[in-house]
Design a protein around this ligand. Structure first.
Ligand SMILES: NC(=O)c1ccc[n+]([C@@H]2O[C@H](COP(=O)([O-])OP(=O)(O)OC[C@H]3O[C@@H](n4cnc5c(N)ncnc54)[C@H](OP(=O)(O)O)[C@@H]3O)[C@@H](O)[C@H]2O)c1
Length: 289
């Protein structure tokens, strides 16, 4: 597992011997990134949390959902002048990179042709109770992101932001070089796409640990060691909260939702160890599935 260079304050593609993503192997072009706009398909908890960080980092964001852009009027107003609402097609076209933050059931409706060639940050997790059972995922034959990438022909999918709770994103984002900066895992089949995603995520407030191709992204799918409780101040309480919620649902009671958690930084070094030692969690092994 390779962690990204955390010391860069600028959003620049540059050779850096301390930065494994660019330092040894990947092309080290020296150009400033020309990225100005982040497209967002799916503007719920995760999409808007990422939008907020992107705007704070100086990017424009184009948000979209399953309905018409006017249904995002309040969201856009809360985000300010750098945000606008559009259709998924338009968000895909406008974005230099595009976040896909929709339920898995929606992946077939993504604008495939427009996403060709783009870095697509795939935040999607699989929940069989929400998304319906998918045998290839239940069996672990493929990862969720491989399923998405197989549909998004020509897109450069990078799994990211799927292993952290939406409310921990603003709580844990920090400037480059901060001692308590957290890291997020990424995986993708295109090494340059991973590098571009790492640069963007760095700019948004997180270091990254490169887990390799999409086939390895199971290492940070739900309920693996690198999943959401790893960013919690009280991981055991989060797990108890999940169990309680599931028990309530199974008993036909209104589910008690897990208590809010303040979050706790997860360093790149610690995350790298969690990913390296990960055990695969299939649907049948999970508390919440
Ligand atoms: N919430 C978390 O903490 C968290 C953490 C990590 C990963 N994730 C994963 O990230 C994804 C998004 O989660 P979320 O919690 O942000 O969900 P959410 O709050 O329910 O928001 C989902 C968004 O996707 C939009 N959407 C649904 N179908 C669409 C379609 N066909 N085309 C365009 N947009 C569509 C929805 O639009 P409408 O409102 O118009 O339907 C909504 O804006 C899920 O796969 C989830 O498992 C969530």
């Amino acid at each position: 597992m390779r962690s990204s260079c955390s010391g860069r304050a600028t959003f620049k593609r540059s050779a850096c011997s301390a930065c494994p993503v660019f330092g040894d192997g990947a092309p080290a072009d020296q150009t400033e990134s020309t990225m100005t706009t982040l497209g967002i398909i799916g503007s719920g908890s995760i999409g808007t949390a990422i939008a907020r960080l992107a705007i704070a980092a100086g990017l424009d964001v184009v948000l979209s959902n399953s309905r018409t852009p006017d249904t995002l009027t309040e969201t856009v107003a809360a985000l300010g002048a750098a945000a606008r609402a559009a259709t998924p097609e338009e968000a895909a076209r406008a974005g230099d990179q595009v976040v896909v933050a929709v339920p898995l059931t929606a992946y077939r409706s993504l604008p495939v042709a427009t996403l060709q060639g783009k870095v697509v940050l795939d935040t999607i997790n699989y929940y069989a109770t929400r998304d319906g059972h998918i045998e290839d995922l239940d069996s672990g034959r493929i990862t969720t992101s491989e399923l998405v990438q197989a549909h998004l022909l020509g897109a450069r999918t990078v799994k990211a932001f799927n292993n952290i709770a939406a409310f921990h994103i603003p709580a844990l984002a920090r400037p480059a070089g901060a001692a308590d900066r957290s890291a997020l895992p990424i995986a993708g089949d295109d090494a340059m796409a991973r590098a571009e995603a790492a640069d963007l995520i760095g700019r948004l407030g997180f270091d990254t640990v490169d887990a390799g191709p999409l086939s390895q992204s199971w290492r940070f799918e739900p309920e693996t060691a690198a999943y959401a409780p790893a960013y919690a101040a009280d991981p055991a309480a989060v797990l108890r909260g999940w169990q309680q919620m599931v028990d309530d649902l199974r008993a036909g009671r209104a589910p008690r939702l897990p208590a809010p958690d303040a979050g706790s930084p997860l360093s790149a070094a610690r995350l790298g160890k969690l990913l390296a030692g990960a055990e695969r969690k299939l649907t049948a092994d999970r508390i919440v599935a």
